[in-house]
Every structure is written in C-alpha cells, then in structure tokens.
Design a protein around this ligand. Structure first.
Ligand code: DAH
Length: 360
C-alpha cells in the first residue's frame, strides 16, 4: 500500500508540473500508458497474497481514476489558459483604414447575383440551389418536354456518359441547360407554397459574341393557392425597375412558348438606341429581358402536387445578359477570359453595396 501512496504523490506532482499540453500528454503516458507506472504496479499483483492483492488492486484502480481526473482537469485549465493568451495577443484593430494596395475586384457576375438576391429577397423569395450535373428527367421530362419533343433540340445539350448505377431517364446524365431544373427539385423537396430564386451555372454547346458554353441564369418560382398572371407582372415590373434603377421603366409582355409554362411570355423593357448607344428607359424601342409564364399543370403534377389546388408563376433570365445591359459590357465572352485589366475596369469594389434602388 505504501507503494500506491508513493506513486500517487509522484504522479500528482508530475501532472501538476505539466504546464503545456505536450508535457501533459507525456505525463499521461507515464502514468496510465501500457508501459506506465500504474500498469507496472498492476503487474506485481500476481505475486501478492489474496488479501493484499484485493486491497492493492482496489487502491490501484482508484488511483487510476484519480489520476485520469487530475489530467482532465489540468487539460481544461491549460486549454483555457491557451485561449486566453491567444485572445489577448491576436487582436485586430477594426478601425484601421483599408490597405490602399488592395487590388481585388468583385466579378460582375457575382455582383449581379448579389443584386438579384437583394431585390428578390426584399419581395420574400429565398435562394435555392441544385446540381450542375443533372439527369434527363429533371432537365426535360419533368419540365414537360416529352422525349422526342423538338424543344429539346434547341438546348444544344452536353450529354455525359450514362450512369450505370441508375436506370432510364435518371441514368441519362447531362450538364443542366437551364436553372429550371431546380423548380422541380425544390417543389419535390419542399412542396408548396414555395417562393424561390435560383442562380447558377448552365451549359449549352454554343459560342459566339452572345453565347458561351457556360453561362449563368436566374430562375424564379412562386407557387401558392391563388397566384395569377397579375402577380407575375407586378413582381417582374418591380424587379426590372429596381434592378435598372429606372422608375416607371416601361415594360411589355409578348406571348411566347416554353413547354413548362402556359401561358408563356417574354418580357421587354423600354429603351432607346441613338447614335449607336443603348439607353434603358422610356424610348422608341424594346429590349427582350426574360422568359416567364404560369407554371404548366403537368409540371406541378410531376412534382407530386395537385395542380387543381396549386398554381404559380416562373421566370428565367440570363445573368450575363442583364449585367451586360446594366453595365455596358459589349462582349459576353470577355466575362470568362480572366483578363485582370477587364476585371479592373468592369469589376466592383469589395465594399460596394449590391443594390441601392431597393432601399433595403
Ligand atoms: N428555362 C428557360 C431557358 O433557359 C428560361 C425560362 C423561361 C425559365 C420561362 C422560366 C420561364 O422559368 O417561366 O430558356
């Protein structure tokens, strides 16, 4: 028993003397490890008579628990001390001016996405996301493009090899050609009512001054029990006026066709084209800005909702296009050339507010 008491004094001192976490860990190994002092004493139990073995065994087990507890307490104290030291030394002076040499700029796409988020969230839309790699069902069939429908051909789709782990339309993988896919995913996941915008990359095999194989879209979806075309028009009118920062910006809706909306429309905003320049606002001309419509009952049905109970509107637009129009960027391809001079010219300062017109 005296050995146990002696060991207790010795180990308590070792633990107490450990004044950093590394030393404490070696103290733990010394005391409790497989080759540690307590284990060594445990091994002598076999040579004792039964009575002594019983009391010494019990005492050793108690010692083990006591030392483990001591180590845990010491560890907590050391960690706390460590944190306090760091908090005291790692201070940041938030009143320091911004470093003048900071040259980073926000890309117009990111900036426009922030503007869209600010405007639509002030109207109660939340942001939803979906994958870039999609399947045929989400990109086409669920959106009421039946297999073989000619509208599929217009999408210049990039197809990927079939996924051997899936079957049918789910096995047919592709890069999404539009963000409308997320309408399907969001309605399946969250049901109705739902009010979302989606912003992200989309892909089509096309390349010229107004097309790049990868581009960005913003999609909107609002489904509830009493949504009508008037809500669609009001929402989009408010949006274009806030985004282009032109009060009373004239708009017109032209009938159009999309498989996933009925009726479908394209929205134009007023503009004037004089001396080769384009000015957004009241003028003699119109500029197409987005596609929209009332969500087709088949789409609502395909997402497991009852189209007799729920209806709503959707819209979709190219983010590069609306950024080009607002900021006077002439060539779409330059968005993705990573030319620092271009970014310096068209980019935004990191502390710019995303949108001033919404008052939000
Ligand atoms: N998905 C369409 C496209 O890529 C854009 C679009 C049009 C989306 C009408 C919509 C909509 O949600 O209602 O051309």
């Amino acid at each position: 028993m005296t050995d146990v008491n002696k060991l207790k004094t010795e180990l308590t001192e070792i633990v107490a003397a450990a004044n950093d976490l590394i030393t404490l860990e070696s103290a733990r190994v010394q005391a409790l490890g497989k080759k540690g002092k307590i284990t060594a004493l445990m091994k002598t139990l076999g040579g004792m008579d039964p009575e002594e073995r019983k009391t010494t065994g019990a005492a050793l087990n108690m010692l083990k628990d006591e030392i483990a507890e001591l180590i845990a307490t010491q560890e907590r104290a050391l960690k706390k001390q460590d944190l306090e030291q760091r908090l005291a030394t790692e201070t940041i002076d938030v009143s320091l001016p911004i470093r003048p040499e900071s040259k980073g700029k926000i890309h117009p796409i990111s900036h426009t996405m922030e503007e869209l988020t600010a405007i639509f969230s002030s109207m109660g839309f939340s942001v939803a996301e979906g994958p870039d790699i999609e399947d045929d069902w989400h990109n086409f069939t669920a959106l009421n493009f039946p297999p073989g429908h000619p509208a599929r051909e217009m999408h210049d789709t990039f197809y990927l090899p079939d996924d051997p782990e899936e079957q049918g339309e789910a096995a047919k993988k592709l890069l999404r050609t539009h963000t409308s896919t997320v309408q399907i995913r969001a309605m399946q996941d969250k049901g109705a009512p739902i009010k979302i915008i989606v912003m992200g990359r989309t892909y089509r095999s096309d390349y010229d001054i107004t097309h790049t194989p990868m581009f960005h879209q913003c999609e909107g979806l609002y489904i509830d029990k009493n949504v009508n075309m008037g809500h669609l028009k009001g929402c989009l009118m408010d949006f274009v006026r806030a985004y282009f920062e032109v009060d009373n910006l004239p708009v017109q809706f032209r009938p159009s066709f999309f498989p996933f909306t009925e009726p479908s429309a394209e929205m134009d905003i007023g503009c004037s084209r004089k001396d080769g320049g384009l000015k957004i606002g009241a003028g003699e001309d119109w500029l197409e800005i987005l596609g929209c419509g009332m969500v087709h009952p088949n789409v609502i049905k395909n997402c497991g909702l009852d189209p007799d109970e729920y209806q709503g509107f959707a819209f979709g637009m190219g983010i590069e296009r609306i950024a080009m129009l607002k900021y006077g960027i002439p060539d779409l391809r330059t968005f993705f050339e990573s030319d620092v001079r271009w970014l310096d010219h068209y980019g935004f300062d990191p502390l710019d507010r995303p949108n001033r017109a919404t008052g939000s």
